[in-house]
Ligand binder design. Sequence first.
Ligand code: FAD
Length: 262
Amino acid sequence: MEIVVCIKQVPDTTEVKIDPVKNTLIRDGVPSIVNPFDEYAVEAAVRIKEQYGAKITVLTMGPPQATSALRKCLAMGADEAVLVSDRAVAGADTLATSYTLAKAIEKIGKPDIIFCGKMAIDGDTAQVGPGIAEHLGLPQTTYVQKIREVSPHRLVVERVSDSGHELVSIPLPCVVTVDKAIGEPRYPSVKGSINASRQEIITWSAADIDAPPDKTGLNGSCTQVMRIFTPQIQKHNEMLSAESDDALCDLLLAKLQEAKIV
Ligand SMILES: Cc1cc2nc3c(=O)[nH]c(=O)nc-3n(C[C@H](O)[C@H](O)[C@H](O)COP(=O)(O)OP(=O)(O)OC[C@H]3O[C@@H](n4cnc5c(N)ncnc54)[C@H](O)[C@@H]3O)c2cc1C
């Protein structure tokens, strides 16, 4: 079985602050980590490898320093790592990101399963996994919490939705995005980390994956972030008092009607 896991290097958002003047993220000095949901995706892939046998390729699109995120995934048990890095892919929105990753996956081969995290903690859109499936014309299932069955042509998974839990049978090849309930990611072993530090990271440009410049990076993006800001929350408290509970209720009702809440 061939598995690709898409992983993103993200700033540790617990450390990120917003510049109050420029309204932009202050990234200086902020450590980069593997997007936490993607570690769960790697763990899901490694468990399948351990039980059924598989080759796992971890894939990221990002700047050269994203190799450290790939190495962590190699240390967790992935076999191969691919970085797509090129000025032509910079500034991509989710459409261009998922297109670029889909082109890289086509070059990797014909994986049976493509795992993604359910979302990235910096972008938070949860659009890239479904976008990859659309670009590749593959079936997809999202927010997966448990992999129940793995067979050569099908997965049976449990996913969570607004209306409850769903049991989904999905044919391979497919795209699966995973939630944290899928299983706690393992700590890389010392031996795994040493091996990973020596392993080659395959690096491709946009031309290497046959991605035309009008479909990648800023040129291939339909959307652009205009501004990032913290919403101003204006809190207003008013204490009510009256001679009796009934009078207090009437007063409260009048206030709510005045504010057009009831
Ligand atoms: C409206 C809009 C406009 C944007 N405009 C810009 C812009 O102008 N400039 C800019 O720099 N960014 C922009 N972004 C952010 C950029 O699109 C995202 O960082 C990127 O596309 C990934 O989306 P996400 O972080 O929401 O990932 P999600 O869709 O939340 O991630 C889901 C999963 O997809 C996979 N994944 C996501 N990104 C990658 C990756 N790079 N490599 C490998 N796997 C990945 C991971 O498995 C991840 O868990 C924009 C985003 C939005 C929503």
